[in-house]
Ligand binder design. Structure first.
Ligand code: COA
Length: 185
């Protein structure tokens, strides 16, 4: 999908994104809530995988800053993997380069994706999940109007038992709640 928000362009991956995306994926601070950093090869494989699957209309894609042409990071939506407790569902997620934190870019790009998910794809609900201690990401979910029911909390099935990053929280947003918020401005 391609879309513009006030300050950002949401678009498919381009070859020029590899260097800045690898820099972000190998930054230990950006990746502190992920089990591992990505190598350059893993970053390239991720971009290729997403690019091959664009027909579904979903995907974790590039976010570009309009003013500079810089890669801001990755924001997008995907089908939740079948082994996850919230499946079947569509999730939204984000990861930005550190020098683009604190500007509202994650929320702005995610809101662009929510408009696309609800208004173009007609999804009834979009979910998001993160490590319970990832406060910056939880703040983005809350800013978007997503809500958490502690009954939905879960242990991530692909993180080993006992690993500190295993406990996750799930946030949900229904289409009618999104359109009510949009109508209120
Ligand atoms: C999660 C992450 C994307 C959040 O980034 P962020 O910059 O905090 O989030 P936003 O883009 O919504 O920006 C909001 C912040 O910008 C500030 N801001 C500045 N100008 C703003 C504007 N014009 N509009 C909105 N917010 C603005 C807000 O006050 C807010 O700061 P606060 O959280 O200190 O109150 C970022 O921390 C990240 O990439 N983390 C590492 C990867 C990760 O953990 N991803 C999630 C995995 S589930």
């Amino acid at each position: 999908m391609r879309a513009e928000t006030e300050r950002l362009i949401l678009r498919p991956w381009e070859d020029r994104d590899l260097d800045p995306f690898f820099a972000l994926n190998s930054d230990p601070e950006v990746m502190r809530f992920f089990p591992a950093l990505y190598t350059r090869e893993e970053t390239a494989a991720y971009m290729a995988r997403v690019s091959a699957a664009v027909d579904s209309g979903l995907g974790f894609q590039a976010v570009e800053e309009k003013a500079s042409g810089d890669l801001v990071g990755v924001v997008g939506m995907a089908e939740v993997k079948p082994e996850m407790p919230s499946a079947p569902a569509v999730e939204i997620g984000w990861r930005l380069a550190k020098h683009h934190w604190g500007k509202g870019y994650a929320s702005e790009a995610a809101n662009g994706w929510l408009v696309y998910g609800f208004e173009t794809l007609g999804l009834p609900e979009i979910v998001a999940f993160t490590f319970v201690g990832n406060q910056p990401s939880r703040r983005v979910m809350e800013r978007l109007g997503m809500t958490r029911d502690p009954a939905d909390d879960f242990d991530h099935p692909s993180i080993a038992a006992g690993h500190p990053l295993r406990p996750h929280v799930l946030y949900r947003l229904k289409a009618d709640a999104f359109s009510q918020r949009a109508a209120q401005g």
